[in-house]
Every structure is written in C-alpha cells, then in structure tokens.
Design a binder for this molecule. Sequence first.
Ligand SMILES: [Zn+2]
Length: 514
Amino acid sequence: MIKIVPSLFFLAANYLFLKEAYFLSTFQEFASVTIFLLCSFLLISLISLVIPAIFFSCLVYLYLLIASIINYFKFYYKIVISSTLIQSVIHTDAREASELFNLSFLIWFMLTGILPCILFWLTTKYTSLLRKKAKDILIIGTFLITGLVSNICILPANIHTFRYLSNALCSFMPFNYIISLKNYLSLYKTTNSAENITKVFTFEIDTTDQENLNVILVIGESARADRWGINGYQRNTTPNLAHLQNLITYKEAYSLATNTPLGIQSIMKKEGYYHLSSFIKVFDQLKFKTYWFSNQGTRYKLINLIAAEASENLFSDDIRISNTGNNYDTDLIPFVQDILVKNKNKSNMVVLHTIGSHRLYDLRYPNEFKVFNPTCINNELYYSTNECLDAEKLGNSYDNTIVYTDYFLSELIEILGETNSILIYISDHGESLGENGIYAHSYPFELAPIEQKHIPLIIWASKKFLAKKTNLDKFLNASKKTGIKVDQSSIFHSILDCVGIKSEAIDYNKSLCH
Ligand SMILES: [Zn+2]
C-alpha cells in the first residue's frame, strides 16, 4: 500500500507530461524520455545521499507542495507556467490573487500536496532499507548519467530528440516552474539597459485618426526572397499570398546582418542609435498595448532585451500548443486572435518572431505541407549528421518551409481582415542552400553571399485601414516603391510613418510610405 499510493500519485501529478510523452511518436524519442526520467530519479537519489537527510526531506516537501499548486493551474486554467506568468503573478495584487484560491483549490491542495507529504513522511519513517541500498544506487547512477551525457555529445541525432524532449519537459513537467523562474530572471534583470528612445526624440500620433489600430510586425527566419513565388520564383511557393488584395512585395530587400540577433536589431531600432530602445517603446508611449510573441527561445540577450520592452512577451517554451513535439509558427496565431478580442477597443502593436525557415527545414512544417518531394526528412542520415547535402532534397525541404510561411501569413491576415490593421513581414536574414558549397547562414557579413542577404519584405493593409484617406495615400506611396532597393533599417522609419506617427527621429527618405 505504502508503495502503490505514491506510484498512483506520480502518475496523476505527471498526467500532462505523460500525455505529451505519448505523442512523442518514435521509439527513439520515447526511449529518451524513459532514460531522462530514470536519470532524474538517480540524480535525486544521489542528492539524497550527499546532503543531510533532514534538509533533503524539507526539499521534497517544498517540491511536492509547489508542484501541487502548479498542477492546479495547469489543470483548471490550461496554462503552462511561463516567465510571463511568473511576472504577472509577481505583479498581481492581493485581491486578484485571492480569486484564484477557492474551495476547489483547497481540496486539490489537500489531495495532491498535503497527502503526498504525509505519504512521503510515512515512507521515510518505515524505510531504513533505502539507506543500505544507497551505495549500489550511487554506482549504477554514476554509470548511467555518464553514459547519457557522452551519448548526447557523441551522437548529434540525440540532440534533435533532446530538443523535442526539452520542449516537452520544459512545458509540462511539474518542475517546469524552476526553468521558467530561470527564464524570468535572465529576461528581466537587465531590462533597463537601453535608454528609452522616447526620452531622446518626441513622437506624436493623431489618436482620433488612428483608433483601435493594430500594427503587426512579423519577423521571418532564414527566408530568401528568391524562393517566394510572388517574387518570381518558378515554383508556386506562395499560392495564398498571391491572391491577397492590398499586399505589396518588395523584390529588392536586403538584410544588414546574417544572423538572428543582429538582423532583429537592424529591424527594430533606428540605425546608428542601437544604444536606445526599439520602436516598441514608441508605441508604448503612444498608448498602444505592446506584445512580443516568439516561436524561438531566449538564447540571445540582445533579442531578450528588445522583447522585454513589450508589456507582454512569450517565447517558444510558453507558446507550444501542438501535440507533435514541435512548435509551428501557426501556434502564434491564437495569441493574436486573443488580443483582437480582448483589446477590441484599444490599439495594439504586436511583434511575431517566427521560426520560419530555420534549419532543420523539415521540422518547420506539418506533413500536409510537404508539397515538394523528396525531402531531406526521408533520409535518416539527415538527423544523425545534421546535414542534408542532396541539393534536390534540400531545395524541396526549404521550399516547403516557404509554402508553410505563406499559409501562416495568409491565416494571420485572414483573422486581421475585418479589423483596422497593417502588417509588415520581413526576414532576419537569408540562407545559403549549398551555393558554392556554403550552407545555412551566419557567414561574416562583408563576405556573405547574396543568398544570405536577399530577403522577402511585404506590407499588407486591411480595408478598414485603407478607408482613411491619409492611410491610403501612404499605402499608395508604398506600392510605388516595389522595385527600389531597401534594407532592414527602413522598417523603423516605415512602421512609424505608415501609421501616421510624426517625429524628428523618422528619416522620411527611408520610409516606404513616404
Ligand atoms: Zn535567423
């Protein structure tokens, strides 16, 4: 009895995680989960040996109690504990907090928090056998953990598995609050390092003229202009965008960097003023609600700092909603939908940072978007070597990511359709697909091939937005410039000018809407 009850508790407490693990389809992934759990168990056993028993017991009680609270929110509010959630909990006032703690919470807490603590106490009280076996556990555990770590380092195949895995672990294991707390600290401790641009320049907008306006910036990832059907590519990779009205594509747009953080900085900030905040702070000052939703992680401090300028931000660990063990860009759409409902009578500025066409290409789109075949994914070697050197397969895999980006953008535009909205899409940089033996991106900028710099750039505006004469005039200006050569630094000036913001910070020669 004393062993069965804790086992049942373990199953219940980890229900969400186990459900996710079930969707990790391949045997390899399933095996990784099992090994990970086993190692975690052994690691905990090891810790229990090296620290005083009383201290260890306190840690377990604390863990069980916190896990119970976290699980309650997961079950009833269907939320994943994210860095933003921790932020909002910290800033929630006492009244709001008390609304969350009701009778059902109390019952839940008694059953999944207090009861397991009692069980644990009983277990430790009557189990002296554990101590005797401790030596054996120590030896086996050391071997297994060393084995696992070297396995990960030697076989790149496991890195991808592990990325899926860490995604699932980070989002759904009861201990994910520890990871979120780490994300929260890394995100917010250095928030104020860039000086607010509105303290240096003045920005104005005629608010009666721009009511309930949505400004959406989509940042693409590793997208190449020459692979887009609407830019003249022989393959029809953008069938949905091709049929959209009020959509302008710039065929001669270039990035100012070949990697993600510097590309984003060039898009978001005024050129030559990188020590100041991005234009997010401009919208913030002009009473827009500001959001940063990212389908990428928190790996780059430069990006984290810009994202933290928005009043709300979410990263890939937070937005993961599909059951496939992978994030797709369409997972970002419900967050925009939510804002359109919630902030119907407000103006919103939303940045969507996509994963787009980042390697490994086949991981970026669901199976039904496998339009061009054969792709790299058919080749098992692709996962073990991290490379797909077959030019045809590589091209097909890459083009399928563009097909999916086309779908994502058209779905997004569809939900913005009836609202007063303008959308700009631009990629952070391009991508080499084996031209002259070069692959991927991040080549030194001065030496980088054109494929890593020639990027797609589109502007779309809704009917409601264009119903205003001033907006329409600006949009018509923008539509006359499709042939000119532009770079990422135009975005800062364009996104402000296109919606009628006036400032001495805007270089109107660089604005597409001027
Ligand atoms: Zn990138």
